[in-house]
Ligand binder design. Structure first.
Ligand SMILES: [Zn+2]
Length: 431
């Protein structure tokens, strides 16, 4: 059995590959567009250096030989996602060649890493087709492997290793790792196009291996073909939508000259999490693995950790605690909220959703002591806003928790205090 992959990775650049349109994810279709990324006749591409820098970083991480002078080709095909009828990509002039990824008991050779443009998004409706060009021209790298993978387990391991290698250099493919799988159990190669996500890729391979081995067992030969994967019944279906690779026409791209990558350095926002963790762990006497786990899959967390340890003046253990809270509460934990969060941590208060909400409102842990009268007033307000509460309470005293939570949250009063006062008030109401 032989499995090879063509993995597509979107590069975290600010603008598209050949024009200055933004790569930001926007809901409104066809807003980040211009004549270049829509392929208008006469429009000329100009290469985004940031994309080349990131692609070079990836090629380095996958142990590729770097092509010092890269060039582009036109891959000609006719399909509505590319109105200019060709995709700008790379072949011999690819940025990275002959790399390898080491697995626990084998190696996967990387044939090449090429830079290319994403086509438009095609949305099929019952009676018509829609096109969204926001995606058109987004820079991708395609990572092409040799067919070195020989089992489902190796495929899974390769995808996980690739994912973490890319994560460590700041390229997040968790949500949308996209790949074509080439699987051959006999002489003919079957290609499964456009499978998204690690789980689906492994499932698709498992299904396809089973399908081909059944054909072989019954004396047949699997046909050379292109199939697509359907995750619902977990099966692959024969598809002949686009031509096979051999049928594409390639010509060189006359609008882009050869580009030298020799002087290009890693862009500032692409940072190796392993390096950062090692440096910070050593300097602040912290555990390397803990730091790596906190920042590996999150560039925001990485810069917060740096800020916390180097600039905030907070003790290192408090910063690490805050980063742990960030893992759970995401964006709510940031440079701005860090000092307040640190107050809570230093007072030994457990960080839960309530605390995060208080922090978001800028409420310090040592309550600006809310008086008993004010607390009573807030409780009474809440009770009159919920006239059915008393009846509910008579049937089930446990509903008091909800009321305590609501008042505590709204006004930043500790739950215990609200619970004390509410009991007094309810006793009066129930007299
Ligand atoms: Zn554009």
């Amino acid at each position: 059995m032989k499995i090879g992959l063509e993995v597509h990775v979107a590069l975290p650049t600010h603008s598209k590959l050949f024009c200055s349109c933004s790569t930001a994810d926007v809901d409104e279709p066809n807003t980040n567009i211009c004549p270049i990324c829509m392929g208008f006749p006469g429009s000329k591409p100009s290469l985004n250096e940031e994309a080349v820098r990131i692609a070079k970083t990836i090629a380095n991480a996958l142990n590729c030989k770097i092509n010092q002078s890269i060039s582009f080709v036109r891959k000609v095909y006719f399909y509505p996602d590319l109105p200019k009828s060709f995709q700008i990509t790379q072949l011999q002039g690819s940025i990275g060649l002959e790399g390898e990824v080491t697995l626990s008991s084998s190696k996967v050779h990387i044939r090449r890493i090429q830079i290319e443009e994403d086509p438009a998004r095609v949305i099929r409706e019952a009676k018509y087709t829609l096109l969204d060009f926001n995606r058109s021209g987004i820079p991708l790298v395609e990572i092409v492997t040799d067919p070195d993978i020989v089992s489902e387990d190796q495929l899974r391991e390769f995808l996980f290793v690739l994912r973490s290698l890319l994560y460590y250099i700041g390229v997040d493919i968790d949500k949308e790792i996209k790949a074509d799988l080439n699987i051959s159990l006999a002489e003919n190669r079957v290609e499964i196009k456009n499978v998204t996500g690690i789980k689906n890729l492994v499932d698709a391979a498992r299904y396809e291996i089973k399908r081909q081995s059944e054909i072989i067992k019954s004396g047949g030969v699997p046909e050379k073909e292109t199939r697509s994967y359907d995750e619902k019944p977990q099966s692959t279906i024969s598809s002949r939508e686009k031509e096979s690779d051999e049928e594409y026409g390639y010509i060189y791209e006359p609008d882009l000259s050869e580009f030298s990558v020799s002087g290009l350095t890693v862009p500032e926002h692409i940072v190796d999490a392993r390096k950062v963790s090692r440096e910070l762990a050593e300097k602040h006497n912290l555990d390397y693995k803990t730091l790596l786990e906190l920042i590996a899959f999150d560039t925001e967390a990485m810069s917060l950790l740096r800020y916390g340890l180097e600039k905030s003046g907070l003790p290192a253990d408090v910063v690490v605690n805050a980063l742990e809270a960030k893992k759970r509460f995401g964006k709510a934990v940031n440079e701005k909220s860090l000092p307040l969060l640190a107050d809570y941590i230093q007072k030994g208060i457990q960080i839960d959703r309530d605390v995060i909400m208080r922090i978001e409102k800028g409420m310090p842990p040592a309550e600006v002591e809310v008086s008993n009268e004010d607390t009573d007033k807030y409780i009474k307000e809440e009770l009159s806003a919920n006239p059915e509460f008393i009846e509910k309470y008579k049937k089930n005293p446990k509903v008091i928790d909800f009321m305590v939570n609501t008042v505590s949250r709204k006004h930043g009063i500790p739950q215990k205090k609200v619970a004390d006062r509410i009991k007094h008030i309810l006793a009066e109401y129930l007299k």
